[in-house]
Ligand binder design. Sequence first.
Ligand SMILES: Cc1ncc(COP(=O)(O)O)c(C=O)c1O
Length: 466
Amino acid sequence: MVSPEPTGGPTLPQVRRLVTEVPGPRSNELLARRAAAVARGVSTMLPVFVSHAGGGVLVDVDGNSLIDFGSGIAVVSVGNAADLVVEGVREQVGRFTHTCFMITPYEGYVAVCEELARLTPGDHEKRSALFNSGAEAVENAVKVARAHTRRQAVVVFDHAYHGRTNLTLALTAKNMPYKHSFGPFAPEVYRMPMAYPFRWPTGPENCGPEAAAEVITLIDKQVGAGNVACVLIEPIQGEGGFVVPGEGFLPRLAEYCRTNGIVFVADEIQTGFARTGAWFACEHEGVVPDLITTAKAIAGGLPLAAVTGRAEIMDSVHVGGLGGTYGGNPVACAAALGAIRTIEEQDLVGSARRIGDVMLPRLRALQKRHPVIGDVRGRGAMTAVELVVPGTKTPDPATTQAVAGACHAAGLVVLICGTFGNVLRFLPPLVIPDHLLDEGLGIVEQAFAQVAGGPQARGPVVAAQA
Ligand SMILES: Cc1ncc(COP(=O)(O)O)c(C=O)c1O
């Protein structure tokens, strides 16, 4: 009898195992095919081709099992191929795969919107609309805010990332690689300073209130509060460098918006669904946004996104003004219901907090040994280290790349972010077993010792062998 294909999901052995170089020969064959068929503009950070994944590991086509500190950029928070996600998808895909909710509706879409109303901050009446990607959700949040206020201006922040469509590129801060050569961009977008504690000129302790005051003055003097449809902000910036805003910044902005009839939009696409140790990152400072955009972890790996918000704001759009062929696809909705049940039944909000409680002290101890680590930050299972030339705030992207490369070679997936490309970010699945979290952190520590030297240098990072 032919032995069955090993399956992915939580039953995958939770071990790191390297049986070839990374990438191995089969990945290299696929890389050659990729180069001949896939557009160059679509980049790859770690060129191993995945064959199975689950829990805290990715298994590649050469049989290497890598520890995952990336979760496909904060998507598979419930673990890859999580049981309830797979069950929901299997059941749904066998009944029907698509009708288009705008043509003939189905229950799953409504059920996801009900769950979003229950789980997002605030006990006011809410409505949601579902889309396919985070960028699409952000675009629609802007549409809703403009329709509601009859105003045009959109306020965004330094280091922001909101997507790659034309409007969201206008909202995104970073030129290379996102915006370069793709303009012109949408008008009526105003960029403000971000409350970035590590880089705030008068020190992190002053950052929140001073940044809020500066932003409010700039809006009043340069835009005019009466022209602003919405203030759009990530409650912890993702792509821009895992910047946790200085304390008090978000509540002050939300209050200013409330006073001036401006829609306060929280982009929780990366931070939402338990990632930061709360269902949504706004909750850490008691902020209740008017609109909230979600995507990524909402559906355990299937493409789904949403705009959720105050009923009177969402319902100010005329009938037919929101939608799209695939938005709220029934299979993606079934996956979302499975992912949400998983987060609740397995208390993944608590798991995210525990992951942060393990990671942050280890990273702070690492900072003491390596002055190249200028800052350690994050909340829950969304943590990062920012690398600088020791004793300065000058970004050090080269060392960041080298440390990430050493982690990859040792079988640990880590990601880089930040406006200056000098932030190593860690986003393990919230179901990662303790021993893999510990082993992954050990690899990060060894990678710093190898690349940045210092008292812990012990030679190359040792790759585990089968
Ligand atoms: C905060 C934030 N907003 C929007 C987006 C865009 O989402 P998508 O890539 O699904 O379009 C992202 C993606 O990384 C994000 O992190």
